[in-house]
Every structure is written in structure tokens, then in C-alpha cells.
Design a protein around this ligand. Structure first.
Ligand SMILES: CCCCCCCC(=O)SCCNC(=O)CCNC(=O)[C@H](O)C(C)(C)COP(=O)(O)OP(=O)(O)OC[C@H]1O[C@@H](n2cnc3c(N)ncnc32)[C@H](O)[C@@H]1OP(=O)(O)O
Ligand SMILES: Cc1cc2nc3c(=O)[nH]c(=O)nc-3n(C[C@H](O)[C@H](O)[C@H](O)COP(=O)(O)OP(=O)(O)OC[C@H]3O[C@@H](n4cnc5c(N)ncnc54)[C@H](O)[C@@H]3O)c2cc1C
Length: 673
């Protein structure tokens, strides 16, 4: 295990747990990294970035003022970029995004919250790659990759985030000067939220309504310089600043931006998918109408990986802590048990481990699907884009929502100490809960998937072919049902029946409402609670199926005990969600009350089987202490020593008597105030 060099002696509770583990931890690490080669690559980058201790803060971040926190985050962002640039030159053979995932993970050692550069690598760069012509890329990419300029992605406005077509910022083409004039006509049209916009970036991608020859052509993307490259002063016609304190992301200087008839050259429109010619003629290629939304699809795919990683962090912390913590006395005259021995604690934690695996594998699978669709699109074929949009939308929505709840569950499982910032859990939570909203709110994205599912259902009814992830609809509309048998395959089948049953009920509701005189839009609107449920059920079936198949494929040549523990986790995931959805199972499958009782028994057996391997399983995530930032979750398990050391860092503990005693407490106690 690659761990912090400054660890204390390992707590005996964890020594015993590690001795109990019956599988090869490193083998599971390789599975999670996608192969031994990737593990070595990741460890090498982590070692280059972290071994010298450059991530260390002179004063803990939480005790700095907001301004100091930001300044420290910028300092460390620059340092991180410098180290990483050197590291990457050693690894030029590897594709850009495998590096991106490793770098995101490593960056967490530098930032308890978020780097102000996140959007530069996370959205500015990918949008240039996805939306610029080859000539534009030749101009912009070297400057972006070399961090000669720093950028962000400014789409959301004060008045509109979800409804992109409703954005108000305008970009009006002036053929006289061959420029676009950017303008913010109202307060609600101010760009709002973009990460790094407040103080850090000097360029940004702006999404605006394109007008040329008096006609509005909808939203398009523009690269806009907003600050002078030498002085960093906002350029004339630009109003820019930071939006203020937030629940998290407080080192990300999310910003606002407004334009007063601000001019940019024609060439700054990102012209891969549509163009404005010198004379103002608008040229739109004959392809899919939503290609300008491409970066959002990419980032949704990335976010599934991102939250899987954050859940791995949270359950590493909570599981190690639960092995160290002892509480209560269920049997008289016996020592207090480790809280990890309580079945309810296992119920809280093991689903987190299984979900981190399920989402990690689903994200790798989605990443492959994304690349396949992109390579089809390069050949001019956009047929599989709707399915990718439906998949990335629901996987982003469900993964961020599940992980938000499970991280909170990890915090509950750490009792009071989990509430301390130094447990690491509050920062992980405040980061992940934002992912449920940004890059497309949960409800909105599930409704996008529901649109796709309703259409697929109609295709299945009409006997026309459907895409791979909804093949189960064909069996459903033909009336074929699989009797409940309680096997893992049977549970997945029943999840598909639940999804199909829910979609069918939605279609019926919409049709009934329309036949009673409502418009399609109104009938759809009244059915949206069911539609969200249907999309969620579909996504659960997709994750379950992918998880089971991918584990079987990847562990085909693994050692026996690794196969066993990996299968136990898959089964745990399936049983957990089956028990969570017994209402749906009773409605749409042939399950009986007795079968439900058997499911419960099997679930409880799985908890007992997984228990001895719990610490080994979280060790397999191979998270360095520097990345975890947790007094509760460090590899050595010295929870109490670390909590006390953290308490001593509090500014209030730097003097025996605080001045408020003399100013207020004493006069109050002496009745003199
Ligand atoms: C590491 C990075 C950190 C990131 C930090 C956070 C950064 C950000 O948050 S950036 C801002 C992100 N903002 C969002 O995600 C906004 C969410 N909103 C949207 O995506 C859209 O407005 C949306 C999809 C809800 C509706 O779009 P709209 O243009 O009104 O389309 P709509 O009328 O609903 O659908 C029309 C068709 O387009 C399709 N469509 C919509 N979006 C897409 C897409 N991305 N790709 C392909 N097809 C799409 C629909 O499926 C529909 O197809 P059909 O007609 O066949 O059913
Ligand atoms: C930390 C953070 C970082 C961000 N970074 C960026 C960034 O870098 N760049 C950027 O451009 N943006 C960024 N955003 C903005 C983010 O993308 C938006 O907040 C997000 O897309 C949601 O839009 P909204 O805030 O307008 O919510 P709204 O659309 O106002 O949603 C509010 C509520 O209304 C519901 N709702 C809205 N429309 C419908 C509907 N049609 N049907 C049913 N319910 C509906 C939603 O489900 C939600 O519950 C960031 C946001 C956060 C929190």
C-alpha cells in the first residue's frame, strides 16, 4: 500500500482486521484501476505529485479567511500544474483522459475543497476539443494546455440554468467589422456560477443567443477574453466578480459576468458544428441539432467516475473508523464490540463499498460507450447519440443522488466525530451534493431519459428495433414474464420488469390523460412523477446488469477468493435494491411475501460473509492518507491521537485565555456589563 510516509504505528484493531482478510487486496486494486498497468501509472503520478509534500498547508485551510483560502488555492493550483506538467511529460503515451482521472484524484491531496482551475481542465479544454474546428484548435490548444491562458465555461445565468434555450445573453454579428457584439440585456442575463470566473480566469467560453442578419439561431458558443493578459484587469465592457460564500466549493471563486456591447472577432465563435460567414450568412451542417451540448454529455460521463471515487473515500474513512471504534455492551461482562460488528452498521457501510464498485465499473463502461459514439460521429453517424444522451443523463442523475445519500450515511455511521471537518466527510459531502445539481439537475436529467424511454416503448409496441439498453421492452410488450427465482440474474430481470412496467404505466397515463382532452404537454407534465420513477428504475437495471456482467468478465481469471468477495458485493447490491423496491417487485414481478422474507435473510447472510473482509475491501481502494484528509480514516487507524492533534490546531487553543473573557464574560459574570 502506498501510504503517507509520516504514519504512526498502526492501530492493533486494524492490524487484526488486515490479518483476517482472506483475499489478495492488490488484485482488487488492479480490478478497480482497470489493470495492473494503470495501478502502476497512478501510483507513479501520485508519488511524483505527493512524495515531496508540496500539498501541505502552513495553516489548516479551514482556519483561513475566505480570501486567504482562495489565495492559498491559487498558489497550490499553480504548484500542482507545475508538478503535474513534469509528471505528464513522462507519460505522453497514455491517452489524455486516463491522465485526467488520475490527476483529479491526486489533486484532492492539494485541495480539501476545489481548485479554481477545475473548469479550465474540466470544461474549457474539452469544449475547445469538442466544439472548435481544426484551425481553431491549432490556435487555442497550445495556449490552453500550456496554461498560458486560463479559462472557464459560462453558460448558466442568474435567471436560467436548466433551460438553456431560455438564456438571454446575445451575440449579434456585425458584418461591417466582422465581430460579434456580446450583450447582457437584463440582470437575469448575467452569467452566474462559472468556476474560476470570479478572480482567476482571463478567458471563458460564453453560451449566447446568436443573431445574424436579424435572425436568432439559438444558443452558440464563443471564446471570450475577459481580462487583460498582463494586468488581469477586466477589459472595457466587461463586468465580472465572485458570487459569494457557498455550502462548499469555497475555493473555486464561482463568478458572475456581464457584457456591455462587448466586441469579439468573428473567429471566436466555436465553429465545428455551425458557422457564421464573413458576410453574416449562417451555415448549419446537416447533423444532430444538439451538438453544442456536447461538453455537458462528456462531463456527465466524467461525473459518474468522480462520485464513485468520492464514495470510495467516504466508505474508506467510515469503515476503518468503525473497526477502531468500540461502543455499548450487548453481552454482560464482555468487552464493547467494534461498531463494525453491529449488523445495522454493516447495513450502512457495505452498500457503500458495493456502490463504489458498481459505479466505478458503470463509469468505465459508459466511458467506452461515449468513445464509441464519438468515433461514429466523426464518421458523420449520430444515430447512437440519443441513447448516449439518455444513458449519460440517468447515470449522472442516479449516481450523484445515490452517492450524496450514501456519503451522508457514512457520516451518520461515524457518530459525532463524523461531524468534524477533520473527519473529511463534510467536505466530501458538500462537494458531492453539488454534483446532483450542476451539469443538469437530477429531475431534469431523469426526465430527459424518460423521453427516450417512452419513445423506445412506442417503438417496441410497433415492432421496430430498439437500442441495446432497452431490449427488455420487447419481451415486456410481448407479454413474456420471467417467474421470480431469487437468483442474481433473476433479480436483474425483475429490475428490468419493474422499469418496463413503470414505463408502460407512464405511457398509459399519458394516453388516458390525452384521451380525456389534455394536450400532450399537459398529459406529460401530470405524469412527470411517474416518469422520473421509470427513468430511475431503468437506470438501476442498467447499473445492476453492467455491474454483474463486468465483474464476471474482469474476475474470470482472478483468484478464487477475489472472485467470491466480488460476487458477494454484487449480490449485496442486488439484494439491497430489491429489498428497497419491494413495492415495485410485488406490483410488477411474481415475487411472493415469502420470497421477500428470503431476500432479507440472504441479505443479512451476505453482510456476515463480507464482514471479515471489510477493511481489506476499503484498503483495496488504495487511497493515500494525503488524499483522504481524515483523522478517522487514515491507514494507521490512530483515530484518537489524530483527533486530538487536530483539536490542538484550532486557533482558539493557541492562547490559554481569550480576550473575550476580559471584554465580555468577566463584566457579565460580575454584573458590570
Ligand atoms: C469537472 C467539471 C465540473 C463541472 C462544474 C459544473 C459545470 C456546469 O454546471 S455547466 C452548466 C451545465 N448546465 C446544464 O447541464 C443545463 C441542463 N439543461 C440541459 O441540458 C438542457 O436544457 C435540457 C437537456 C434539459 C433541455 O434542452 P432543450 O434544448 O430544451 O431540449 P429538449 O426540448 O428538452 O429536447 C429536444 C431534444 O434534444 C435532445 N437532447 C437534449 N440534450 C441533448 C444532448 N446533450 N445530447 C443529445 N440530445 C440531446 C432531447 O433528448 C430531445 O430529443 P427528442 O426531441 O428526440 O426527444
Ligand atoms: C457548485 C456549482 C458549480 C457550478 N458551476 C457552473 C459552471 O462552471 N458553469 C455554468 O455555466 N454553470 C455552473 N453551475 C450552474 C449549474 O449548472 C446549474 O445550477 C444547474 O444546471 C441547475 O440550474 P438552475 O440552478 O437554474 O436550477 P433551476 O433550473 O432553477 O432548478 C430549480 C428546481 O426547479 C426544477 N425544475 C426546473 N425546470 C424544471 C422542469 N422543466 N420540470 C420539472 N422541474 C424543473 C429543478 O428540478 C430544480 O428542482 C454550477 C452550479 C453549482 C451549484
Amino acid at each position: 500500500m502506498s501510504q503517507n510516509k509520516t504514519i504512526m504505528e498502526v492501530n492493533q484493531e486494524l492490524v487484526k482486521e488486515r490479518a483476517k482478510c482472506n483475499f489478495n487486496v492488490l488484485e482488487v486494486t488492479h480490478i478497480l484501476d482497470g489493470g495492473e498497468k494503470n495501478t502502476l501509472h497512478r501510483k507513479k503520478i501520485e508519488s511524483i505529485a505527493l512524495d515531496e509534500g508540496a500539498y501541505k498547508d502552513p495553516i489548516p485551510e479551514e482556519y483561513l479567511s475566505p480570501k486567504e483560502k482562495y489565495e492559498n488555492a491559487v498558489r497550490k493550483s499553480c504548484l500542482f500544474c507545475k508538478i503535474v506538467k513534469n509528471a505528464l511529460t513522462e507519460f505522453t503515451g497514455l491517452e489524455h483522459f486516463s491522465n485526467f482521472f488520475v490527476l483529479r484524484r491526486t489533486a484532492d491531496a492539494f485541495f480539501k475543497e476545489i481548485s479554481p482551475f477545475l473548469l479550465h481542465l474540466g470544461m474549457f479544454l474539452p469544449t475547445i476539443l469538442g466544439q472548435c474546428t481544426t484551425e481553431q484548435q491549432a490556435y487555442w490548444l497550445p495556449r490552453v494546455l500550456d496554461i498560458q491562458i486560463i479559462g472557464t465555461y459560462a453558460q448558466t445565468e442568474l435567471g436560467h440554468g436548466t433551460f438553456i434555450r431560455g438564456l438571454e445573453t446575445t451575440a449579434t454579428y456585425d458584418p461591417e467589422t466582422e465581430e460579434f457584439v456580446l450583450h447582457s440585456p437584463t440582470l437575469t442575463s448575467y452569467k452566474w456560477w462559472a468556476g474560476g470566473l470570479g478572480k482567476t480566469v482571463n478567458y471563458c467560453i460564453v453560451v449566447a443567443q446568436l443573431y445574424t442578419k436579424g435572425v436568432c439561431h439559438g444558443t452558440h458558443l464563443f471564446i471570450v477574453q475577459i481580462r487583460d493578459e498582463e494586468t488581469h484587469m477586466p477589459l472595457p465592457g466587461i463586468k465580472v466578480g465572485e458570487i459569494g460564500a457557498k455550502m462548499g466549493f469555497n475555493t473555486a471563486d464561482n463568478g458572475y459576468l456581464a457584457f456591455d456591447h462587448y466586441r469579439i472577432p468573428r473567429q471566436n465563435m466555436m465553429m465545428k458544428n455551425a458557422q457564421v460567414l464573413k458576410d453574416g450568412t449562417y451555415v448549419k451542417p446537416d447533423s444532430h441539432g444538439k451538438l453544442t451540448y456536447g461538453t455537458m454529455v462528456l462531463v456527465r460521463v466524467i461525473l459518474v467516475n468522480e462520485v464513485a471515487f468520492n464514495l470510495a473515500k467516504a466508505c474508506t474513512i467510515a469503515t476503518r473508523y468503525s473497526a477502531v471504534r468500540r461502543q455499548s455492551q450487548p453481552k454482560p461482562n464482555e468487552p464493547e464490540p467494534q461498531i463494525l460488528d453491529y449488523t445495522t452498521q454493516q447495513h450502512k457501510l457495505f452498500i457503500c463499498i458495493a456502490t463504489a464498485h458498481a459505479l466505478q465499473l458503470a463509469s468505465a463502461w459508459l466511458w467506452k460507450t461515449f468513445n464509441a459514439v464519438m468515433s461514429d460521429m466523426k464518421k458523420g453517424n449520430t444515430d447512437s447519440l440519443p441513447e448516449l444522451h439518455a444513458l449519460s443523463s440517468c447515470l449522472k442523475a442516479l449516481s450523484t443522488s445515490d452517492v450524496t445519500s450514501l456519503i451522508e450515511q457514512c457520516r451518520y455511521s461515524c457518530g459525532g466525530h463524523g461531524y468534524m471537518l477533520c473527519s473529511g466527510l463534510p467536505n466530501i459531502y458538500s462537494f458531492v451534493t453539488a454534483t446532483r445539481t450542476y451539469e443538469g439537475d437530477y429531475t431534469i436529467l431523469l426526465l430527459q431519459t424518460a423521453r427516450f424511454l417512452v419513445k423506445a416503448y412506442e417503438q417496441a409496441e410497433a415492432g421496430t428495433p430498439v437500442t441495446p439498453t432497452v431490449l427488455y421492452l420487447i419481451e415486456f410488450v410481448s407479454g413474456k414474464r420471467t417467474p421470480w427465482d431469487g437468483s442474481p440474474e433473476g433479480i436483474i430481470k425483475s429490475f428490468q420488469e419493474i422499469a418496463a412496467g413503470n414505463i408502460s404505466s407512464c405511457v398509459k397515463s399519458i394516453r388516458n390523460r390525452m384521451s380525456s382532452g389534455l394536450s400532450f404537454e399537459d398529459a406529460w407534465e401530470l405524469t412527470t412523477i411517474q416518469l422520473v420513477g421509470a427513468a430511475e428504475a431503468h437506470c438501476r437495471a442498467v447499473i445492476s446488469d453492467t455491474y454483474k456482467k463486468e465483474i464476471a468478465r474482469i474476475t474470470a481469471s482472478s483468484s478464487t477468493n477475489v472472485k467470491i468477495v466480488m460476487e458477494q458485493l454484487v449480490n449485496l447490491y442486488l439484494h439491497y435494491w430489491a429489498l428497497n423496491r419491494t413495492g415495485d417487485l410485488l406490483r410488477y414481478s411474481s415475487i411472493s411475501g415469502e420470497d421477500v422474507a428470503n431476500l432479507q435473510m440472504k441479505y443479512e447472510e451476505l453482510l456476515t460473509l463480507i464482514r471479515p473482509n471489510a477493511v481489506g475491501l476499503v484498503d483495496a481502494f488504495d487511497l493515500r492518507d494525503e488524499i483522504l484528509h481524515s483523522a478517522l480514516g487514515s491507514y494507521d487507524g490512530q483515530v484518537y491521537k489524530r483527533l486530538f492533534a487536530e483539536a490542538l490546531k484550532s486557533p482558539l487553543n493557541q492562547e490559554p485565555v481569550n480576550e473575550t473573557f476580559h471584554k465580555y464574560l468577566k463584566p457579565t459574570m460580575q454584573g458590570k456589563l
